[in-house]
Write a protein that binds this ligand. Structure first.
Ligand SMILES: O=c1ccn([C@@H]2O[C@H](COP(=O)(O)OP(=O)(O)O[C@H]3O[C@H](CO)[C@@H](O)[C@H](O)[C@H]3O)[C@@H](O)[C@H]2O)c(=O)[nH]1
Ligand SMILES: [Mn+2]
Length: 912
């Protein structure tokens, strides 16, 4: 998902919207790098847990080797205060007696100095919009009653969505994992072993070109190199394209990992995705072999370049190899050949029956087998291998390639379908109690991230009832001013902290750790009845007895070490069975089990299903960012992305209505989900307001509400309050003003270009019972092949999606120009002039909000944004000139004068 505009969605279009103007939204921008507290928390959290000093060094030691141990307050944490000190102290008292688990995270809330004003302002604004509304109802006066009615309904809806959005943010909570304590309790055992639970890592890809393979392979390298016991993780790459390029690319990657991973361990480097690592200029050294670092680094950098060349070469090598075989055999269809001289079972370059995209057998290949539990140290430096790995554990975690069976007769359910196959295959092979999932373009940026999530899962408080731990989505390739609000800071740094204080953040598709049995649709401990059974109805899970039998052990293994993974050969049949598309027929997969189907935003709905079964979720921000990915910075791609999100969300509102969920869904969480799914509807009214100025072009004056001055006064009040609330939010969330402005801007852009379309689409779907919004893969930027940075941003891809916003821009330019023209030709009183300029302020305001879009359609010209302003001014002048000219033609002369006493009525009452 949908790290999407729900944030903005409800945003603050509360209460009123001006004649021909959008009220600004209440939302703000966001802080720079998520997390913040965690940076110091090692220390802060330990303040009360008070483990021996030695722990501190172990804690984040790897990452911040030489860091001071004393907790220093990160400026971003200035406004946060711990609220679980007593509990933490008590936990230290009982010292884990009676098998009681430690407190592995600390909880913070916003300090009163911000929280009280924030809540108070919200209350005051609520009162203001209620009064406003009452006043409007009592004054049904306007130049057009139809318009008045629309705007009344619109304002009511804006007020409601603002409220829905705002109340979910009134109790923001940060939780900071205590990595040092986790290490002390689970890692540094007397026998030198670790007790951390096992983890299965899922990563998805479809297409080696649209999702450049180099990203996917970098993600895999970063996962293999993560700081987690190497015999406790297994990584599953799901390739929905069934492409041999991915398969052989993964083989290359497994080979390269044998150098890369030990290198990461030896020098404690961060991040562990080579592409990002080598693009960072310098970082303080934190490893144990500073003398060898420079040489090793140079060597690795060369190795990495060669690795990339090998990956690129696959695109020519495999076709050449296949051509050679095909030429030799000269038989029928042109096959695609594997290096060992057999046919590639997946998609062929020249498609043939059973080897087409979307039609091939399931493929599973264990690339790296599960390592033993004893460390294996490497060799000292030698001529063949100049890197000294004699003190480094060389083991690599298990790595598996999967491409599920595809058949034209079957709906594959895109990413959700792929995830469900990974779920079953991993259950048979490793069956780890916890799962973490990534999109192919997201990599691990902080090697301690898995441990951070585990802190939440194992905590004694709500750990057992926690279904998933979501990390924020952060992006690398976004332009510095974040023109299209790709970072979504308001959502990730404010909204999700608000949810974290309720039942937990929504699931946003990537960078999320799950409890396996929760995904299976099993009840959380909190809601289990007396006659609870893990598997109450085997039909739910399909016909694989292996799979069904794995379920109770996944539930029980959470606290104990588990058996080694199954041998692939011995269960080959069974693996093939669970990868079949027909496997799910008649089961609950896609409904009550696994990732949810038939929706463009499988993520939000899947998270929602977990919440409504009574599970909670936790939000985890750490510094440096846990994971990072890529984002579409091309306007059209970005609009398609939010079209999918908004369409999917709205579809969810109708198909999985949060209002109708059972009692296990917290009341406030229900409100939040309602806002998160219904937000596109507001745009219907918003567009109406944005297009309203068109009336100005044809008529001299037009009042949506009379008396106009009172109306404007109310508007000013609610807008100012929205902004004030936003400013407080900026403070507690650690956002910048720019983040906040971007959020408003992109809300308006989405609301003109995309949300009305999404709404229309869903309405048609409901009426005609057609198909929902489809999953169009978001194209990623291929930075490696393009020299210019942010080149994608300057490419204009024309699409019908761009038209509505262009119309809105044109209307507002036209309105401003027409007003200027009319003022010139005269006939307006000062009062009318004053009213007109109030209106103009709103038109200018709209243009200001939409200008990133205008830059977007200017292509390369947008590198010089002042051109846009010149264009605007020229357009005003031209329209004004046309108005003057028309007037001149009509009246035969041009008069310049003002009339003195006005016709517009001054309010007789201020309407309270
Ligand atoms: O048939 C398919 C189609 C897509 N994918 C994978 O799905 C992921 C997400 O697709 P992408 O096009 O990158 O979508 P985004 O718009 O970037 O994704 C956001 O929104 C999606 C829908 O809400 C969520 O699934 C994602 O996790 C979230 O990051 C990628 O890894 C794809 O490889 C598949 O595995 N099979
Ligand atoms: Mn993506």
């Amino acid at each position: 998902m949908a790290p999407q505009p729900p944030a903005n969605g409800g945003a603050g279009h509360g209460g009123g919207i001006a004649a021909g103007a959008a009220a600004p939204s209440a939302e703000n921008g966001a802080g720079h790098d998520g997390g913040s507290i965690s940076e110091n928390n090692g220390g802060v959290a330990r303040g009360t847990t008070a483990p021996p000093p030695s722990v501190a060094a172990n804690g984040n030691g790897k990452l911040h080797g030489t860091r001071k141990r004393r907790p220093a307050v990160n400026p971003k944490d200035r406004y946060w205060t711990p609220i679980d000190e007593k509990e933490a102290a008590a936990a230290v008292e009982d010292g884990g007696e009676d098998g009681r688990r430690p407190l592995l995270f600390r909880t913070y809330r916003v300090k009163g100095i911000l929280l009280h004003p924030y809540r108070l302002l919200t209350l005051l604004r609520l009162i203001a919009i209620i009064l406003f509304f009452i006043w409007r109802i009592r004054h049904p006066h306007a130049d057009g009653m139809w318009l008045w009615w629309i705007s009344i309904v619109g304002d009511f809806w804006f007020g409601v969505t603002w409220l829905l959005n705002q109340v979910a943010k009134l109790n923001p909570i940060k939780r900071v994992p205590d990595l040092a304590l986790l290490k002390q309790q689970f890692d540094d055992l007397p026998d030198g072993n670790s007790n951390l639970p096992r983890l299965d890592v899922f990563i998805n890809t479809v297409d080696p070109i649209n999702e450049p393979m180099i990203y996917t392979m970098n993600s895999i390298l970063s996962i293999l190199a993560v700081d987690y016991p190497v015999d406790r993780t297994a990584t599953y790459l799901s390739d929905d394209g069934g492409s041999i390029i991915h398969y052989e690319g993964l083989l290359e990657t497994a080979n390269f990992a044998a150098l890369w991973v030990p290198f990461c361990r030896k020098h404690c480097i961060e991040p562990r995705a080579p592409e990002s690592y080598f693009s960072v200029k310098s970082r303080p050294y934190t490893g144990n072999a500073p003398d060898e670092f420079a040489d090793d680094h140079r060597r690795m950098s060369r190795e990495y370049d060669e690795f990339k060349v090998r990956l690129d070469a696959l695109f020519t090598k495999i076709p050449e190899r296949s051509d050679a075989y095909n030429a030799e055999l000269k038989e029928g269809a042109k096959a695609t050949w594997m290096a060992d001289g057999t046919h590639w079972p997946g998609t062929w370059f020249d498609p043939a029956e059973n080897h087409k995209k979307g039609q091939h057998a399931g493929i599973i290949k264990v690339m790296l087998i599960h390592p033993g539990d004893e460390p294996q140290f490497g060799a000292p430096a030698s001529a063949a291998n100049p890197l000294d790995f004699s003190a480094v554990d060389m083991r690599l975690p298990m790595l598996v390639y999967i491409s599920r069976e595809k058949s034209p007769s079957c709906d594959h359910q895109k990413k959700a379908g792929a995830m469900n196959v990974q779920l079953r295959v991993s259950a048979l092979l490793t069956n780890a109690p916890f799962i973490i999932n990534f999109d192919g373009d997201h990599y691990v940026n902080n090697s301690l991230a898995f441990r951070a999530a585990i802190c939440f899962m194992l905590d004694r408080r709500d750990g057992d009832n926690t279904a998933f731990v979501q990390f924020p989505q952060r992006f690398d390739d976004v332009d510095p001013t974040d023109r299209y609000c790709n970072h979504n800071r308001v959502f990730f740094d404010a909204t999700l902290l608000g949810l974290n204080g309720i039942q937990g953040p929504s699931y946003v598709g990537t960078g999320c750790m799950f409890r396996r049995i929760a995904v299976y649709g099993i009840d959380p401990p909190r809601w289990r009845s007396d006659d609870f059974k893990i598997v109450d109805n085997a039909n739910k899970f399909g016909n694989s007895m292996y799979f069904i039998n794995s379920i109770p052990s996944a539930a029980n293994q959470e606290w104990s070490m588990t058996s080694p993974p199954a041998d692939e050969e011995s269960i080959k049949e069974e693996l093939n069975n669970v990868m079949k598309c027909a496997y799910e027929n008649g089961t609950e997969f896609g409904k009550e089990v696994g990732w949810v189907y038939n929706i463009a935003t499988e993520d939000v709905v899947t998270g929602f299903r977990l919440h409504r079964t009574g599970w909670r979720s936790m939000y985890c921000r750490i510094e440096p960012d846990a994971f990072r990915g890529t984002a579409p910075i091309n306007l059209t791609e970005r609009l398609y992305q939010i079209l999918r999100w908004s369409g999917g969300s709205l579809e969810m509102f109708f198909s999985h209505c949060p209002l109708l969920a059972g009692r296990r869904l917290n009341f406030m969480q229900r409100i939040a989900y309602t806002n998160m799914t219904a937000y596109p509807i507001s745009s219907v009214f918003l567009v109406f307001y944005l297009l309203f100025p068109v009336i100005w072009i044809f008529r001299g004056e037009f009042y949506i509400q009379k008396p106009f001055p009172t109306y404007v006064l109310y508007l000013v009040i609610v807008i100012v309050m929205t902004e004030l609330i936003g400013m407080v939010e900026i403070k507690w969330a650690g956002l910048t003003l720019l983040d906040w402005i971007r959020n408003e801007q992109f809300y308006i852009i989405g609301a003109t270009a995309v949300y009305p379309l999404a709404t229309l689409h869903i309405v048609l779907k409901l009426v005609l019972r057609g198909k929902g919004v489809s999953f169009k893969l978001t194209a990623k930027q291929a930075t490696s092949t393009v020299n210019e940075k942010y080149a994608e941003m300057y490419i204009v891809q024309w699409a019908p999606l761009l038209i509505p916003t262009i119309v809105v821009i044109a209307v507002n330019i036209g309105a401003i120009g027409a007003a200027i023209g009319k003022a010139i030709v005269g006939g307006w009183s000062l009062l009318q002039m004053a009213d007109a300029s109030l209106g103009l302020v709103f038109n200018a305001w709209i243009l200001l909000l939409i200008y990133p879009f205008a830059l977007g359609i200017m292509g390369r010209w947008s590198k010089r944004p002042y051109i846009l302003f010149i264009l605007f001014v020229v357009a005003f002048v031209v329209v004004a000139a046309v108005v003057v000219a028309i007037h001149a033609v009509r009246t035969g002369s041009v008069r310049f004068h003002f009339r003195h006493s006005g016709g517009a009525s001054f309010p007789t009452s201020w309407g309270f």
